[in-house]
Ligand binder design. Structure first.
Ligand SMILES: Cc1cc2nc3c(=O)[nH]c(=O)nc-3n(C[C@H](O)[C@H](O)[C@H](O)COP(=O)(O)O)c2cc1C
Length: 346
């Protein structure tokens, strides 16, 4: 990290983390973000029909209201996932609810889907842009019909988002993760698939999973994704687990842990998804990526594309270009002409 963006990232690190995020979003909206060409011949990949100019994406939660998607695409991300958005605006949990674990290069959040709702999100997505923007959709905390909220999100944003991610893996909406299993999962994916079939045109729909799942649960999720014709899985969201070796003062806070300490767990779970998916659909690897080596490990474990968020808190948005350069060099050094050639070769 160097230059102006490095200085700014350093200064933001002294603010309350949620205030710092607000400043970062305002700066990006004002056009102050870094700029990098998105296309990279080695890293370009087809993901479920989406032509990604490079395989390194921005994970959900950074841009909850779809305010800075175009700015982050311009910073060099190959795709940007906005949201999670819920049908109605909601405030989320009381502050403080976002914690930097600086010594551990990690974050704990219990935001609870704070967002401005579907109408604001749709208005933002309707602005002109270049590149692939996805919508990560969720349910309001107090919804009478939680599954209905996903259908509402899909319908409202159809034609505005390039792809959709059904997020059932946030640990911060009580009971939400129950939608990852059994009858509830079958009903959710069935209703989403039915709604999509009735809409004109096509957009891929992915399911975003937690890392806190055992093998039978992962097999059940993969079978449900394939049965209902979804287009892939995003692995993974934050973890409720706490590795023993966390050092930061905030390690005991409630919420989902992300960043470096999630890398090993999320990559192991990604490998289990690869086995269970057995080539039926592609995977997007996320959780703990802070370097080209981390991104490469996800691809070797089975990811066709990757996403990151927490590492940006410590390194700033210029990190994406560093990761891309290093990833491309690693692919070439191992004799892979493209990301697609390296998927699942671990
Ligand atoms: C502050 C914060 C907010 C997040 N909000 C969401 C969200 O709204 N929806 C979602 O699917 N994931 C959300 N995530 C999870 C990330 O998309 C990602 O899956 C997770 O952080 C692991 O990646 P990372 O280690 O690169 O951050 C959030 C993560 C953080 C740190």
């Amino acid at each position: 990290m160097s230059g102006l963006h490095g200085l700014v990232t350093g200064a933001l690190g002294k603010l309350d983390p949620e205030d710092a995020h607000g400043v970062a979003i305002a700066a990006l909206k004002a056009g102050l973000g870094p700029r990098a060409e998105a296309r990279d011949p080695t890293l370009a990949v087809d993901l479920a029909g989406l032509a990604l100019p490079n395989a390194v994406g921005l994970a959900a939660g950074f841009d909850k209201n779809a305010e800075v998607g175009p700015a982050m695409l311009a910073a060099g991300f190959g795709f940007v996932e906005c949201g999670t958005v819920t049908p109605l605006p909601q405030p989320g949990n009381p502050r403080p609810r976002l914690f930097r674990l600086t010594e551990d290069r990690a974050v704990i959040n219990r935001l609870g889907f704070n967002n401005a709702g579907l109408e604001a999100f749709a208005a933002n997505l309707a602005r002109p842009r270049r590149g692939v923007l996805g919508a990560n959709i969720g349910a309001n905390k107090d919804a009478a019909d939680r599954i209905g909220d996903y259908v509402t999100g899909l319908k409202r944003l159809w034609g505005l988002a390039d792809y959709f991610t059904v997020n059932v893996s946030s640990p911060n909406t009580p009971g939400l993760r129950d939608l990852q299993q059994g009858e509830a999962l079958a009903e959710l994916l069935g209703r989403v698939a039915e709604a999509r079939a009735a809409l004109p045109g096509h957009a891929p729909v992915f399911l975003k999973a937690a890392p806190d799942l055992d093998e039978p649960a992962i097999e059940q999720i993969c079978d449900a994704v394939a049965t209902h014709g979804l287009d892939g899985a995003v692995v993974s969201n934050t973890t409720l687990s706490r590795p023993d070796d966390l050092r930061s003062a905030s390690r005991g806070e409630a919420g989902g842990l992300s960043g470096a300490p999630l890398m090993a767990l999320a990559t192991r779970v990604l490998g289990l998804f690869r086995q269970a998916a057995a080539g039926r659909f592609p995977l997007i690897g996320v959780g703990g990526i802070a370097s080209g080596a981390d991104a490469y490990a996800k691809i070797r474990a089975g990811a066709r594309a990757v996403q990151l968020y927490s590492a940006l808190v410590f390194a700033g948005p210029g990190l994406v270009l560093e990761i891309r350069r290093d990833l491309a060099a690693r692919l070439k050094a191992d004799g892979f002409a493209s990301v697609a050639d390296a998927v699942g070769t671990a």
